[in-house]
Design a protein around this ligand. Structure first.
Ligand SMILES: *Cc1c(COP(=O)(O)O)cnc(C)c1O
Length: 352
């Protein structure tokens, strides 16, 4: 049944092992981030076989799928106050930056007779989540007053929103903050989490500041790519996930539409390059299932030229082999396309 997403569990395991080993030899534990693949349990288990020590996701629905796995689970997105009870039920650790939310977690933990661990997020310039440096003392003091919350550590998230690249400078600030918290409050922080797949490149250069002892890895595991510069990571696979879609029309047609051009399916005014006549195929998959810009054809000569909700159009003029209606084309994917493909319930998922 097409479209079909094939997920190679062996390759996920190997990617995780390569990265977890590398982290370990640098004194870092590894959280395998499961959100891009909607936390399919088979894939999360492959990452655990590969040596991930934590599973982390931004959504409770996903952590719920993993609840039977005997490993600490981490909620990556700041909790909604309204879900505090479920957070305490489903996550051992959550990332936080709002004291009222942490109080709600404390209340829920009290009711459930649990201690909930909090990783306090610090904003070091990327401008997504995190408290500002000037507020660290107030937050730590307030958290330490709560009976059922353990301040497990601190963390930073970089590159996701502002594109800020991790460096000795901003990660050095994180370890300075950790040291000053420990000294001022006479406590020990268990975890200093130094970011996501964009921090990996530092391991091959000057390294991470030594107090940092954890990374949270999504893209690096699933696509074999570091995200500071977008480089492939040697020794990992970039085809753990492949998408196959079926050709439903194959004809020689013009490269430029005929008639007055108005708006396309998404309200944009399209522009066309005149390449003369071309062999065009339509695949039965669309923007509802993938990002057309994030598909990487495995067959040479395939050029994706457009997509509407349910159709993907490719120029296959320069394909050497004979294609016919009913054949399939295969694609590797970028992060955004993979995210949509995993989320789309129109795509059949196969684990091998
Ligand atoms: C998504 C996410 C990650 C993983 O990011 P990758 O770039 O995929 O490694 C790590 N931390 C947080 C807080 C996230 O939301």
């Amino acid at each position: 049944m097409y479209p079909r997403l094939t997920i190679d569990l062996k390759k996920i395991e190997e990617n995780t092992r390569y990265l977890a080993d590398k982290c370990k030899s640098n004194g870092l534990s590894t959280m395998a981030v499961t959100k891009v693949y909607c936390a399919f349990k088979e894939v999360a288990e492959a990452s655990l076989r590969g040596g991930a020590e934590y599973l982390a996701d931004s959504r409770l629905e996903n952590l719920n799928l993993l609840r039977d796995l005997d490993v600490p689970k981490v909620l990556l997105r700041l909790p909604m106050q309204s879900e505090a009870k479920r957070v305490v039920e489903l996550a051992d650790i959550s990332l936080n930056s709002e004291i009222e939310t942490i109080k709600a977690l404390n209340q829920a933990a009290q009711e459930q007779g649990k201690t909930h661990k909090v990783l306090l997020m610090i904003d070091l310039g990327d401008l997504r989540e995190g408290i500002l440096k000037k507020d660290v003392e107030y937050y730590v003091k307030s958290i330490l007053d709560l009976s059922n919350i353990e301040l497990f550590g601190i963390g930073v998230n970089l590159t996701c929103y502002g594109g800020v690249i991790p460096s000795a400078v901003n990660l050095g600030e994180l370890t300075d903050i950790a040291a000053s918290i420990e000294e001022q409050f006479d406590i020990k922080l268990n975890m200093i989490s130094g970011g996501n797949s964009s921090s990996l490149y530092l391991l091959d250069r000057e390294g991470l500041p030594s107090r940092i002892n954890n990374l949270r890895l999504g893209e690096a595991v699933v696509l074999g790519r570091e995200t500071a510069y977008g480089d492939r990571i040697d020794g990992t696979h970039d085809d753990c996930f492949t998408l196959e879609a079926e050709i439903i029309e194959l004809k020689e047609k013009n490269s430029v539409p005929t008639g007055e051009i108005g708006m396309d399916a998404f309200g944009n005014k399209p522009e066309f390059e005149d390449r003369g006549m071309m062999v065009r195929c339509i695949l039965a998959v669309g923007q509802q299932d993938v990002e057309k810009g994030g598909l990487i054809p495995t067959l040479e000569g395939v050029d994706i030229i457009g997509a509407s909700s349910d159709h993907l159009i490719a120029d296959v003029t320069h394909v050497k082999s004979d294609l016919k209606v009913g054949d399939t084309l295969t694609f590797k994917m970028e992060y955004g396309a993979l995210l949509k493909a995993c989320t789309s319930h129109y795509i059949n998922k196969i684990f091998i």
